[in-house]
Design a protein around this ligand. Sequence first.
Ligand SMILES: Nc1ncnc2c1ncn2[C@@H]1O[C@H](COP(=O)(O)OP(=O)(O)O)[C@@H](O)[C@H]1O
Ligand SMILES: [Mg+2]
Length: 189
Amino acid sequence: MIILTVCSTKGGVGKTTLTANLGGFLADAGQRVLLVDADIQPTLSSYYPLAQQAPAGLHQLITTGNSQGAISQTSIPGLDIVVSDDPDGLIYRMDTTVDAADVANTLRRAAFGESRGGIAILDTVLPSTVVYTEAATAQQPVHRIERLRRGPSQSALEAMTQLVGELLPHIDVDLINESGQVAEQGRAR
Ligand SMILES: Nc1ncnc2c1ncn2[C@@H]1O[C@H](COP(=O)(O)OP(=O)(O)O)[C@@H](O)[C@H]1O
Ligand SMILES: [Mg+2]
C-alpha cells in the first residue's frame, strides 16, 4: 500500500482538486484507491457521487480506529472514500489543538532534508483552468473531460500523467490512451 498525503496550510491552492484527480486517474489506471477526506471543510467528500454510502466516516475511523462501515464507494470503479463527518465537532477541536509549526517541521525533517527545504515535484505549465471547473461540475476526473487539448498550454491529461509517473513510477499510466479514453484493460479488475 502506498499512502499519498496532499496537505498545505494555505487554502485554495488545489489540494482537493489534485487529490480527487489523482484518485480518479489511478482508479482508471486499474489501482484500488481509498480517498480519506481529513478536511473539516469536506469538499472532497462530495467531489464524486457515491454509489454506496457507508453509515460512518472519518469520525468513527479517528475515534475507534475501526474502518468497518466507514468506507463509501464512489461512482468510479475502484475508487472508495472515507468521507469527512464530524457530528460532535471532535475533529475540529483536535485540529485547533495541533501545533501547525510542529507538523510542518516534522514533515520537513522527514521528507525535505536532502532538498534543503523544498521539493520540486513537476516542472510543468499549468493546464487550462477551465477544464478543472468543468470536471468538478461534471463530477468526473479531469482526464475524462479533457480528451486532447490543442493550444499553448499543456493538456490536463498530460500533467496528470507526468505527475503520476513521477510520484508512482511503477504504475502503468499507458492504460489511459492519448485521446483520453480509458483503455478497457484499465477498468477490468
Ligand atoms: N491545476 C489547476 N488549474 C486550475 N485551477 C485549479 C487547479 N487546481 C485547482 N483549481 C481551482 O482552484 C480552486 C481551489 O481549488 P481546491 O482544490 O478547492 O483548493 P484547496 O483544496 O487547496 O482549498 C478551485 O476552484 C479549483 O477548481
Ligand atoms: Mg480543499
